[in-house]
Design a protein around this ligand. Structure first.
Ligand SMILES: C[S@@+](CC[C@H](N)C(=O)[O-])C[C@H]1O[C@@H](n2cnc3c(N)ncnc32)[C@H](O)[C@@H]1O
Length: 501
């Protein structure tokens, strides 16, 4: 497959292997609301943060939305948007790789971008996600009128959409409420507003060629070249259920009623107008309402745009991730929509915009999509910063790393799956018939620094039994290789056998 080449690409492909693996340090004073809700706001460089999230969240994120710097050569109040083109590619490539690994098999990634980098981004994303997993290039109409300063100004941004695995990914329909034009209730039907469609179909089918008499006494045969849309018994059922419409006088040609309350929603396409999902100006107004006139975020997205994406790509309870969080739009909308979320932002505005905004959301903020979603408040989020590196420069485990942090890492290294829950014993769990154990930080109760970290006969008797192969991580073993083989144990030495990625 043809790929994009740039000067530092070879180095950029290895970047994520060189970045230290850090633990996430909670900042309880900056979180808000219900502490049991697993939503996370992380301040720090997103490559480091994504690497830290891998052991717990690989394969768990249903929808990634990112709105990275577009490289417009502008300096915004909150961040600089002027990278040399190669540097921009170096920024985006390793982060997209990490994001791909966090997606569920049926997950999707949505990346908003403009003409400065869109076409390069498409090629890079083809390479990382696979051309076959390209879903669409959504054109979002971001302006309501042309920019008078430019002779050919841009009206749209691109939103590149890729599936993690196109065979698994399905998108939802968009709720009707976005488009209720044409629905009314002229006969005051208790099922609410409805729209009607013609009750005919193309062609000639003998059992769909009957005569219909309307309630007003008029008779109709199918028009030339067409038949009725259904066979006579089905028509009678619809009639008895008051689902046929013959106009206010009861004498017009038959039509079928479709109730808004029964509608599954509408399918969308790649042209998203500002009327449907908002525009840049709307986003700016939302930001001013949140942060005050002189303090709006420079490049926010409108909440309606995020609502559309989250609606299409997720169900309530699914995990949404934005690693270029800006002023926090994705997290705020995901919160109001009952999705779990992780937001990452390296600027000071993680605290001054995102956390402030999420607190307002939890307190029942009325702006953006709140009214449409009948948002009343509630929930919570935790605030995190990037903490200590798990391994020091010599590859030794940093003693500040806790047992459960290393356990999540061991589990991910072995199974490539996130570790659910909090490990409190050496037995971490079983996968495909293999049991995994970690001896670290005196987990067996011996408080001496290395106590219990070495696999001895005594330690082995203390470990939870497993009738099958075992993988045991520890600082060393006193058991002979022969004995290990006889016991079905693969021993792995920390830190040497613990690959960071
Ligand atoms: C275009 S803004 C996102 C705006 C956001 N969609 C909103 O609605 O407010 C891009 C954001 O990415 C952040 N950013 C850039 N590089 C980053 C990095 N390496 N790690 C984390 N955040 C980064 C910038 O600070 C900026 O806030």
């Amino acid at each position: 497959m043809p790929v994009l080449e740039w000067l530092t690409k070879d180095i950029d492909l290895k970047t994520s292997f060189l970045v230290p693996y850090r633990v996430l340090k909670p900042e309880p004073d900056l979180g808000y609301g219900n502490p049991d809700v697993p939503n996370m706001l992380i301040q720090g460089d997103n490559l480091e943060a994504l690497i830290s999230l891998r052991p717990s969240f690989a394969g768990s994120v249903k929808c990634v939305f990112i709105d990275p710097p577009y490289n417009t050569r502008s300096a915004f109040a909150q961040y600089d948007d002027n990278l040399e083109h190669t540097k921009w590619l170096s920024l985006i490539y390793p982060r997209l790789e990490m994001l791909r690994d966090l997606l569920t098999r049926d997950g999707s990634i949505w990346v908003s971008i403009d003409d400065n980098e869109a076409h390069y981004l498409k090629v890079v994303m083809d390479e990382i996600f696979g051309r076959a997993n390209f879903v669409a290039n959504v054109l979002w109409q971001k302006r309501t009128s042309p920019d008078a300063r430019l002779s050919l100004g841009a009206a749209h941004d691109h939103i590149l959409v890729y599936a993690r695995d196109i065979r698994e990914t399905r998108f939802n329909k968009v709720p009707r409420e976005d488009d209720t034009k044409g629905f009314a209730n002229p006969d005051e039907d208790s099922r609410g507003p409805w729209a009607s469609t013609d009750f005919t179909a193309q062609g000639w089918r003998p059992n769909q060629m009957y005569r219909i008499t309307t309630p007003g006494g008029k008779t109709y045969d199918p028009p030339g070249g067409r038949c009725w849309a259904n066979v006579e018994p089905a028509f009678k059922t619809l009639l008895a259920d008051n689902r046929m419409w013959f106009g206010r006088t009861g004498t017009s040609r038959p039509r079928v009623k479709h109730f808004l309350s029964e509608s599954e929603g509408i399918t969308t396409w790649t042209w998203w107008t500002n009327k449907e999902v908002g525009h840049n100006q709307e986003a700016k107004i939302e930001s001013k309402e949140l942060f005050g006139d002189g303090n709006a975020f420079d490049t926010p997205k409108p909440e309606r745009l995020l609502r559309r994406i989250i609606e299409l790509a997720t169900e309530p309870g699914d995990l949404v991730l934005d690693s270029f969080l800006g002023s926090g739009t994705t997290a705020a909308v995901a919160h109001k929509m009952g999705r779990r979320y992780i937001g990452i932002e390296n600027g000071e505005h993680a605290e001054t915009f995102c956390a402030v905004r999420l607190r307002k959301v939890i307190d029942g903020d009325k702006g953006g999509v709140s009214e449409a979603l009948s948002w009343k408040g509630g929930g919570g989020f935790g605030f995190f910063r990037l903490g200590d590196a798990v391994f020091d420069e010599y590859g030794q485990i940093n003693p500040k790393v806790t047992f459960d942090q290393l356990a999540a890492h061991v589990w991910f290294t072995e199974t490539k799956a996130p570790y659910m829950g909090k490990a409190t014993t050496p037995y971490l769990g079983e996968e495909d018939g293999i049991a995994y154990y970690l001896l670290y930080n005196g987990i067996l109760g011996d408080r001496r620094p290395d106590g219990g970290n070495v696999l001895t006969r005594q330690v082995l008797t203390d470990l939870r039994a497993h009738n099958g192969p075992k993988v045991i991580y520890g600082a060393g073993t006193r058991l002979s290789s022969e004995r290990l083989v006889n016991l079905g144990i693969t021993f792995k030495q920390t830190p040497y056998d613990l690959k960071v990625r």
